[in-house]
Design a protein around this ligand. Structure first.
Ligand SMILES: [Fe+2]
Ligand SMILES: [Fe+2]
Length: 275
C-alpha cells in the first residue's frame, strides 16, 4: 500500500506573534480532509523557539490540534543554528536548547519503517557540531543504513545539502557546510538515499543529482523577498506530498491549499525585525 507523507515545513509558529498561524490552520484543515499516513514537519516549527520556549509549546499545541500522526525535525529557529554561525551573532545549538526542544517534540533524529522504505530523519544543526549528541546521531545514521536490507532510504533534514553540486564549496546559512556534508554522504555511501527532503529555504524545488531526488518543501507561512534570497525553485507557500510505494517507486508533488495567501516576511517586521 502506498505510504503518503505530508511534509510541512517552516511553519514559524508563535502565540505571541501569530502572523503565520492562519496559514498553518488552513493547511491543518486540508490535511484533516486528505488524511495522509504521516505529517512530518521538517523544522522551523516555531518562530523563535531557540530563545522563547513559549513558541515551542505554542507550535506543539497547534500540531496536536490537527489530530493526525505528526513527527518533527528541528530547524535553526527551534534549536539554534549550526555552531559555525556563532561568529555571526545568531543563537547556535547548545545542549540546553536541544534538551528543551526534545521535551516538546521528542527525538531530534529517528527512523520509521514503512512498506518498502525506511525514513531517516536527522537534526541538521547537529552536523559538524561538537555536542556529544552529534556522535550519537552519526552512530544512528550508520546503524540505520547497516540494517536497511532491501528497503529504500528516504532522508529528511531541515537544511538542503547543497544547491546544484555535491562538491560546491560555498559556506553560508542556506545549505549544509561542505565538511559535514562530505562526512554525512560518506556515512551514506554504501546505501545512498533515493530521496532527500528538506525545508529551510522557503522555496519548493525538485531536482535530481547523481540519481538522488532532492525535494525542498516550501514554508506553510511565508517567502523571502528576492533582494535577500535568489530564486532557486518557486516562491509560494504550501506543502509537499511524498508517495512511497512498497516496490521502491516514489513521487513528490507540491500541494497548494486554496485560499492560503503566500505571505512575504518583509511585510512582518515584528517577526524578526525590519528586513
Ligand atoms: Fe524557516
Ligand atoms: Fe531554517
Amino acid at each position: 500500500m502506498t505510504f503518503r507523507i505530508a511534509q510541512i515545513s517552516d511553519t514559524h509558529l508563535s502565540a505571541e506573534k501569530p502572523f503565520f498561524v492562519a496559514n498553518f490552520e488552513r493547511i491543518g484543515e486540508a490535511l484533516r480532509a486528505d488524511r495522509p499516513d504521516l505529517v512530518l514537519n521538517s523544522g522551523d516549527i516555531s518562530l523563535s523557539g531557540e530563545s522563547k520556549e513559549i513558541d515551542l509549546s505554542a507550535g506543539r499545541a497547534l500540531h496536536d490540534a490537527i489530530g493526525l500522526p505528526v513527527r518533527y525535525l528541528p530547524g535553526n529557529h527551534d534549536i539554534g543554528d549550526s555552531q559555525n554561525l556563532a561568529a555571526h551573532g545568531v543563537p547556535v545549538i547548545t545542549d540546553e536548547r536541544r534538551i528543551r526542544y526534545l521535551a516538546h517534540f521528542g527525538a531530534d533524529f529517528w527512523t520509521l519503517d514503512v512498506p518498502g522504505w525506511r525514513l531517516l530523519a536527522i537534526n541538521a544543526q547537529l552536523l559538524g557540531s561538537d555536542l556529544a549528541a552529534a556522535a550519537d546521531q552519526e552512530d544512528a545514521i550508520v546503524e540505520a543504513t547497516a540494517s536497511l536490507g532491501a528497503r529504500k532510504l528516504a532522508l529528511f533534514l531541515h537544511m538542503p545539502l547543497f544547491d546544484r553540486a555535491v562538491d560546491e564549496p560555498a559556506m553560508n546559512w542556506r545549505f549544509v557546510d561542505p565538511a559535514p556534508r562530505r562526512a554525512l554522504l560518506e556515512r551514506l555511501r554504501r546505501m545512498p538515499p533515493a530521496l532527500i527532503a528538506s525545508g529551510h529555504i522557503h522555496q519548493y524545488r525538485e531536482r535530481w543529482s547523481d540519481g538522488v531526488c532532492h525535494v525542498w518543501a516550501p514554508s506553510t507561512g511565508y517567502v523571502i523577498p528576492d533582494r535577500l534570497q535568489p530564486l532557486y525553485g518557486s516562491k509560494q507557500v504550501g506543502y509537499v506530498e511524498h508517495r512511497l510505494e512498497p516496490d521502491g517507486r516514489h513521487d513528490s508533488r507540491l500541494v497548494q491549499v486554496p485560499g492560503m495567501p503566500t505571505l512575504n516576511i518583509a511585510d512582518f517586521p515584528e517577526a524578526y525585525g525590519p528586513i
